[in-house]
Design a protein around this ligand. Structure first.
Ligand code: UDX
Length: 471
C-alpha cells in the first residue's frame, strides 16, 4: 500500500502536456544504488515519488524507511521522505503506471556473462513491465548506463507494447553519481545531460530539475545517441586516466622512481589535474570496469573497434595491478604465502561504500587465499557484503583482530580510519605492510618499525630487500 500526502510544487508550472511533471509525481523504476538515490533526491526536491522494483525484500526495506545498503546521507533522506509520505515503494507496475506520467528507468546493466557487452535485459524488462499498464501518454526517461542506440530501440519497443491510443516517448538522462557521494552528486551535479527527440521533453526535464539548474548547474541538451555516449565516454576517460598513472607506476617500479611524487608534480599542471591520477591497486566497482568493456563491445558492433582498442590496454593495465600486488605479497613472504597469516585492510571497491562489486581488494584477498595464505579481511562497512560474495575468506571485526599475529598486512581500500591508525600500537608477527593505495603516511609507519611497500614507489623502513619469513 502506498500513500502520498498532497504537496505543492512551486517549481513546477501547470500542466500543458500529459507528460509534464506538473502533477509533481514521478516514478523511479529500479531501486538499487542509482534508483534509490534518484528517488530519495527527487523527494528531497519536493516531488512525490514512487519507486518500483521487482525485489520484494528491497521494496519492503525501503518502504519501511530502511536503506538496504550503505551510502552516506541517503538513509536519512529515505527515512525522512517515507515518513513524510513523499516517497513510497511498490512491486506493482500497475500502481506505477497509474501514479505518474513521467517514469525514470534506473535498473542495472551489468556485464553479460558470455561477452564483454552490457546486459540490457533489465532495461527492456522494465519497459515491458510498465508500459502495457499505462492508461495515459507518458515519458520514459532512462538513467541507466546503456550501449549507444539502446534509447532509440527502447522507444520502438515501448510503442510496440503500449495500449492502443497511448503515446509513449523516450528521453535519456545519464547519471554521473559516484558511490559514497551519491546524494551530493545528485543534488549538486557538475552538469545535467538530457538526450531528447522533442523540445517538449527538454522542457519537461528542465522544469523537473529547475531547483538544481536554478543554482547554476549546467543543463546540456543533446540527441539520444550523444547522451548515451556522454556517460560511457566520461567513464572511459576516468578509467584511462587511472590506468595511465598505473602504467607510469610500473615504469617507476622498474626505474626506482616514486609515482606518488611524479603524479603530484604532473597533476599541478591545470591541464592534467590531480583527480583520478592516484596510482595503486586500480579501479573496480559496478561501473568503470564493465563500462569500458561494454563500450569496446559496442564499438565492435558498430564497425569501429579500432577506435577503442586502447581501452583493452587500459583494462589490462588495471588487471595487472591486482597480480602485481599478489606477486609483491608473495615476494615479501619469501617466495610463498602458503600457511602465512595475511591481514587485508579493506574489502569495498573504494572507501565510503559497502559495494564489493569487482573489488580489487577482495580479488587480491581471494588470490592470496587460493595460494594457501590464511587471510583475514577487515572493512569498516563492507564485511557483510564481502562475506556474501566470498564466504570462504576469514573476516575480522576489528583492525586489531585482523592484524595481530599476521606475517603481512595489505592496505587495499583507503578508508580514513586506516590512515588514522597508530602503526606503533599494532601487534603483527612481522611489521611489513603493502600499501596498495599509496595512501598511508609511509614515514610515520617506517618510524614505528614497519617496512612499507607501495605500488610504483621504493619500499621504505626496516629491512632491505624482501623481508622473508622463516619459521
Ligand atoms: C564511477 C564514476 O566516477 C561515476 O561518475 C559514474 O557515475 C559511475 O562510475 P564509482 O564507480 O562510484 O563512480 O567510483 P569512482 O569514484 O569513479 O572510483 C572507481 C574506482 O577507481 C575505485 O575502485 C577507485 O578506488 C579507483 N580510483 C579512483 C583509482 O584507483 N585511482 C584514482 O585516482 C581514482
Amino acid at each position: 500500500m502506498t500513500t502520498h500526502q498532497e504537496t505543492h510544487h512551486d517549481t513546477v508550472p501547470a500542466a500543458t502536456d500529459p507528460a509534464t511533471p506538473a502533477s509533481g509525481r514521478v516514478t523511479v523504476i529500479g531501486t538499487g544504488y542509482l534508483g534509490a538515490t534518484h528517488a530519495a533526491c527527487l523527494a528531497e526536491l519536493g516531488y512525490d515519488v514512487l519507486g518500483l522494483d521487482t525485489d520484494p525484500a528491497k521494496v519492503a526495506d525501503l518502504a519501511a524507511g530502511r536503506l538496504p545498503f550503505y551510502e552516506p546521507g541517503l538513509a536519512e533522506l529515505v527515512e525522512r521522505h517515507t515518513a513524510s509520505g513523499r516517497l513510497a515503494f511498490t512491486t506493482d507496475p500497475r500502481e506505477a503506471a497509474e501514479f505518474a506520467d513521467l517514469h525514470f528507468v534506473c535498473v542495472g546493466t551489468p556485464q553479460r556473462r558470455d561477452s564483454m557487452a552490457a546486459d540490457t535485459s533489465h532495461v527492456t524488462a522494465a519497459v515491458s513491465g510498465l508500459v502495457p499498464h499505462l492508461r495515459r501518454d507518458a515519458l520514459l526517461v532512462g538513467k541507466s548506463t546503456v550501449p549507444v542506440g539502446t534509447a532509440a530501440a527502447l522507444a520502438l519497443h515501448a510503442r510496440s507494447v503500449a495500449p492502443d491510443g497511448v503515446e509513449v516517448a523516450v528521453a535519456w538522462n545519464p547519471e554521473f553519481l559516484r558511490e559514497g557521494r551519491a546524494v551530493e552528486d545528485t543534488l549538486r551535479p557538475d552538469r545535467i545531460v538530457v538526450g531528447v527527440t522533442d523540445p517538449l521533453h527538454e522542457k519537461v526535464l528542465r522544469e523537473l530539475y529547475a531547483p538544481v539548474v536554478d543554482v547554476g548547474v549546467p543543463f546540456v541538451v543533446t540527441d539520444l545517441a550523444t547522451s548515451e555516449l556522454v556517460k560511457v565516454a566520461a567513464n572511459a576517460f576516468l578509467a584511462t586516466k587511472i590506468s595511465f598513472a598505473n602504467a607510469i607506476a610500473e615504469l617507476c617500479d622498474a626505474a626506482g622512481a616514486d609515482v606518488v611524487a611524479l603524479t603530484d608534480a604532473i597533476g599541478r599542471d591545470a591541464r592534467i589535474g590531480h583527480q583520478f591520477l592516484s596510482a595503486g591497486l586500480g579501479f573496480g566497482g559496478g561501473c568503470l570496469p564493465k563500462d569500458i568493456r561494454a563500450l569496446m563491445a559496442r564499438a565492435g558492433e558498430l564497425g569501429v573497434d579500432e577506435a577503442l582498442t586502447f581501452l583493452r590496454e587500459v583494462d589490462a593495465i588495471n588487471m595487472r595491478r591486482r597480480s602485481r600486488t599478489v606477486a609483491l605479497a608473495v615476494e615479501e613472504c619469501g617466495g610463498s604465502v602458503l600457511g602465512r597469516r595475511v591481514a587485508v585492510l579493506g574489502a569495498a571497491f573504494k572507501p565510503g561504500t559497502d559495494d564489493v562489486r569487482d573489488s580489487p581488494a577482495l580479488n587480491v584477498a581471494a588470490q592470496l587465499q587460493l595460494q594457501g595464505a590464511h587471510v583475514r579481511v577487515h572493512d569498516p562497512r563492507a564485511t557483510a557484503t564481502a562475506a556474501r560474495t566470498f564466504p570462504t575468506l576469514g573476516y575480522a571485526d576489528t583492525v586489531e583482530d585482523a592484524v595481530t599475529g599476521s606475517d603481512l598486512v595489505l592496505h587495499l581500500t583507503e578508508w580514513d580510519e586506516y590512515r588514522a591508525l597508530d602503526p606503533a600500537a599494532l601487534q603483527p608477527a612481522r611489521r611489513v605492510v603493502i600499501d596498495g593505495r599509496n595512501a598511508l603516511d609511509a614515514e610515520r609507519w617506517a618510524a614505528a618499525g614497519w617496512r612499507v611497500c607501495g605500488l610504483g614507489r621504493p619500499a621504505v623502513g626496516a629491512g632491505v630487500g624482501p623481508a622473508a619469513v622463516s619459521r
